[in-house]
Design a protein around this ligand. Structure first.
Ligand SMILES: C[S@@+](CC[C@H](N)C(=O)[O-])C[C@H]1O[C@@H](n2cnc3c(N)ncnc32)[C@H](O)[C@@H]1O
Length: 242
C-alpha cells in the first residue's frame, strides 16, 4: 500500500503526542499558523467551505460560529483517528466529514466558495492534479487558501528535539524527505516556493497573497518563544482565486 501523510496520525503514539502538542498554549499552529489563515480566509458568512486534511475539525466550530451564519463546512480527512475526533467536533454544526484521501476524493464541480487546507498539502506528491481538482470544485471567483510547512523547513534534515540551527540544502531538489517528528518518522514533500506558486498558476488560479509566518507579539506569552519564532519561517501560506 502507498504511504500516506495520514498514516502518521493513525499510529496511536504519534496521534496522542500530536494532540498533546496542540494543547500547549504557545503551539506553533495557534500562535503562527491560525492567525494568518484567519486573515487570508476573511468573512465566511454564507459560504460553502471545503477543508482538505481537516484533522480533528475543531476549526469548523470557529468558522461556523454565530457571526458567520449560513456557512456550511465539509472536511475531507484520511486518518481514522482524526475522523473519529472530527465527527465529535462537528456534532450539531452545519458540517459533515468525509473519510477520503484528498488525492482521490470525487470533487463536485463548481460546489464551493472557499477551499482551505491547513498543513496537509505538504504530504501530497502531485500538487498540480490536486490544485486542478480544487480549481474545478470552486465556484467562479471562489478562493483557495492553504498553509504548508515552509520549504526552508522541509529542505532541512530535522533531528528530534528543539533545534538551534537549520541547514538549508538541496533546496531545488524536490521530493519526499523523511523527518523525525514527535518521536515518530514522517515523510513530507519538499518543493520550492516557486514551485507551489507555479502549480497554482498552471491550474488556472490567480495568486493573490503569499505570506510567511512572521510572529506577532500579541500571540505569545513568553518573550523567549517569540524571539525564537523570529529566527526562521515555519509556515508558508498562499491564497489564490478562480
Ligand atoms: C498537521 S495535520 C493538520 C490538521 C488540521 N488541518 C489542522 O490544521 O488542525 C495534517 C492532517 O492532514 C491529514 N492528511 C495527510 N495526508 C492526507 C491525504 N492524502 N488525504 C487526506 N488527509 C490527509 C492528516 O491525517 C492530518 O489530519
Amino acid at each position: 500500500m502507498k504511504d500516506r501523510g495520514s498514516d502518521f496520525y493513525d499510529d496511536q503514539a504519534n496521534f496522542e503526542k500530536y494532540m498533546e502538542r496542540r494543547k500547549w498554549q504557545e503551539n506553533a499552529n495557534d500562535t503562527l499558523e491560525k492567525p494568518v489563515m484567519l486573515e487570508l480566509i476573511g468573512d465566511v458568512a454564507g459560504k460553502n467551505i471545503l477543508d482538505l486534511g481537516c484533522g480533528d475539525a475543531r476549526f469548523a466550530a470557529e468558522l461556523l460560529s454565530r457571526e458567520r451564519e449560513g456557512a456550511t463546512y465539509t472536511g475531507v480527512e484520511g486518518s481514522v483517528n482524526m475522523i473519529q475526533a472530527a465527527n465529535k467536533s462537528v456534532k450539531g454544526l452545519n458540517a459533515r466529514i468525509e473519510q477520503a484521501f484528498m488525492e482521490e476524493w470525487t470533487y463536485p464541480a463548481g460546489a464551493y466558495d472557499l477551499v482551505i487546507s491547513r498543513l496537509a498539502v505538504h504530504y501530497i506528491e502531485d500538487v498540480e492534479s490536486l490544485f486542478c481538482n480544487i480549481y474545478n470544485t470552486l465556484k467562479e471567483n471562489g478562493t483557495f487558501v492553504f498553509s504548508v510547512e515552509h520549504p526552508v523547513i522541509t529542505s532541512t534534515l530535522q533531528p528530534s528535539g528543539t533545534r538551534t540551527d537549520w541547514v538549508v540544502d538541496q533546496y531545488f531538489v524536490e521530493g519526499y524527505r523523511e523527518q523525525q517528528w514527535l518521536g515518530g518518522s514522517v515523510k513530507k514533500m519538499h518543493r520550492s516556493i516557486e514551485s507551489y506558486f507555479m502549480a497554482l498558476q498552471r491550474a488556472g488560479f490567480r495568486v493573490e497573497h503569499l505570506r510567511e509566518s512572521a510572529p506577532q507579539r500579541a500571540y505569545f506569552v513568553n518573550e523567549e518563544t517569540y524571539l525564537r519564532r523570529q529566527r526562521i519561517p515555519l509556515f508558508l501560506f498562499l491564497s489564490a482565486r478562480k
